[in-house]
Every structure is written in structure tokens, then in C-alpha cells.
Design a protein around this ligand. Structure first.
Ligand SMILES: NC(=O)c1ccc[n+]([C@@H]2O[C@H](COP(=O)([O-])OP(=O)(O)OC[C@H]3O[C@@H](n4cnc5c(N)ncnc54)[C@H](OP(=O)(O)O)[C@@H]3O)[C@@H](O)[C@H]2O)c1
Length: 225
């Protein structure tokens, strides 16, 4: 049975990924960052295994990873924030920028480090970083430099992972989930979380080493970095 670990599983795209993965009959491990969120997630998805950590808290992540035995076939770094909206560089609050990078860029590395033993134990290991088309260098970042630069860095890290873990046979990809109607995406966004998550699960469910190092849209289309 496929086992998937999704960070930020309490709401938005992460919740939908967890819900639909359970519907597929997969074993699902989801992370949230508070006890209340853990209780709420367990009430909504009783079959889920919940881990509790803030993705910026290296110690808590390691502690959670110690409690998880066995393989993780698909590790999804989904938790993320938009950070300061429409931030002009001249006035940017560097503390807010640092917090954004901490969550969107450094945390996926922390998560991979902590759960690598589980991923390596899989027969079909995959690491999926939920990025954004806004991190692609050929898409304009005008007025959105903070978020775009964080996802651009995540993209480069994904490429690094795809090279460094190739010897382990781990398929590492970055994905754009679409512009999705979540707290982050807002009501005017194009896609429902259900459509986005269904597309992502279809892509990652069949992803194999031929896909290593790819940037893939939620509808399966490959894009240049
Ligand atoms: N929505 C879009 O249109 C869109 C487009 C492109 C890419 N994305 C990417 O898709 C991913 C999911 O976005 P979304 O739209 O589902 O966003 P969302 O509805 O705002 O949900 C964000 C998720 O990340 C979690 N999170 C944030 N900071 C965290 C931290 N420090 N520790 C642990 N968890 C944390 C949140 O947990 P809490 O509930 O505890 O806050 C929540 O589960 C993000 O990486 C985002 O950048 C989204």
C-alpha cells in the first residue's frame, strides 16, 4: 500500500491531498502544528496518522520522525506561506522575508533530512515539493518578489535533491498546484482544492524515476524551470 506524508495537512491543498489519498486506499500521515489542529484533523479524517510539528522547528520535526517507522513512499512538502503581500524591495521588512524563507525554503530541507530514512526504505521513493509557477524564472515576479524568490529557491533545491538522491533512486519533483481557492489563493482563484489535489495525486501516484528533476503542473504538463 502506498504511504504518503503530507505537511500542512490541516487545511487548504494539504488537507485535500490527505483526504483524497485516504479515499484511494493509501496510508496517510499528515502534519499539523498545534494540538487543536491535530484533534480537528483526526476528527475529520479518522484513518490518518497525525504528526505534530511546526515546519520551522527542527527539534520537533526530528522528534516526530523518530515516532514514524517504516517506509514513506511519497513525501510531500506542502506547508507554505505567501509572506508579505506585494512587497516593494525598497521597503521590504527583512524579518518577514527571513520568516518566509525559513518556512518555504529551509523547512522542506529540514523535513527531507528528518524523514529521509523513511523515504529511503521505500521501493518507489518520491519527494514532491509543492512550489509555484511564480518561482519559475520565465514568469514575471513583479510586485511579488518575496514569495516568487522563495519558490525559485525551492525549485533550485528540488533540482539539487534530484541530483543528490539520484543514487538512492529517489524521484524528486516540484509541482505547481494551480491557482487554488484556499486561504492563500483567495476566492477568485481558478481551481477548487479538490481539482488541484486530484491532479497532484494523479501525477505523483504514477511518478517514477523518469520524472526525476521535473517541474510539473497539477494537470500533468511539464514546464521548463
Ligand atoms: N493556493 C494557491 O493558489 C497556491 C498556488 C501556488 C502554490 N501554492 C503552494 O501550495 C502550498 C499549500 O498552499 P495552500 O493554498 O493550501 O495554503 P493555505 O491554505 O494557506 O495552507 C497553508 C498550509 O501550510 C501550513 N503551514 C504554514 N506555515 C507553517 C508552519 N510554520 N509550520 C507548519 N505548517 C505550516 C498551514 O498550517 P496552519 O493551518 O497551522 O497555518 C496550512 O496547513 C503552499 O506551499 C503554497 O505556497 C499555493
Amino acid at each position: 500500500m502506498t504511504r504518503i506524508l503530507v505537511t500542512g495537512a490541516g487545511r487548504g491543498i494539504g488537507f485535500e491531498l490527505a483526504r483524497q489519498a485516504l479515499d484511494k486506499g493509501w496510508e496517510v500521515v499528515g502534519s499539523v502544528r498545534t494540538k487543536d489542529a491535530a484533534k480537528s484533523l483526526k476528527e475529520r479524517l479518522p484513518q490518518i496518522t497525525v504528526l505534530e510539528f511546526d515546519v520551522t522547528d527542527g527539534k520537533a520535526i526530528k522528534q516526530a520522525a523518530r515516532t514514524l517507522d517504516g517506509p514513506v513512499d511519497i513525501l510531500v512538502n506542502n506547508a507554505g506561506v505567501y509572506g508579505p503581500r506585494d512587497f516593494p524591495i525598497a521597503e521590504i521588512d527583512c524579518d518577514a522575508l527571513q520568516e518566509l524563507y525559513e518556512i518555504n525554503v529551509i523547512s522542506p530541507v529540514r523535513i527531507v533530512q528528518a524523514f529521509l530514512k523513511n523515504v529511503r526504505a521505500s521501493d518507489s521513493p518520491r519527494i514532491v515539493n509543492i512550489s509555484s509557477r511564480l518561482g519559475l524564472t520565465w514568469v514575471s515576479a513583479a510586485g511579488k518578489t518575496a514569495y516568487c524568490s522563495s519558490k525559485a529557491a525551492l525549485n533550485r533545491i528540488t533540482q539539487g535533491m534530484s541530483e543528490e538522491f539520484a543514487g538512492d533512486g529517489i524521484t524528486c519533483i516540484a509541482m505547481h498546484p494551480g491557482w487554488v481557492r484556499t486561504d492563500m489563493g483567495g476566492d477568485a482563484a481558478d481551481e477548487a482544492p479538490e481539482e488541484s489535489a486530484a491532479g497532484i495525486l494523479e501525477v505523483i501516484g504514477s511518478a517514477g524515476f523518469k520524472d526525476n528533476g521535473s517541474f510539473i503542473n497539477f494537470d500533468g504538463e511539464r514546464w521548463n524551470w
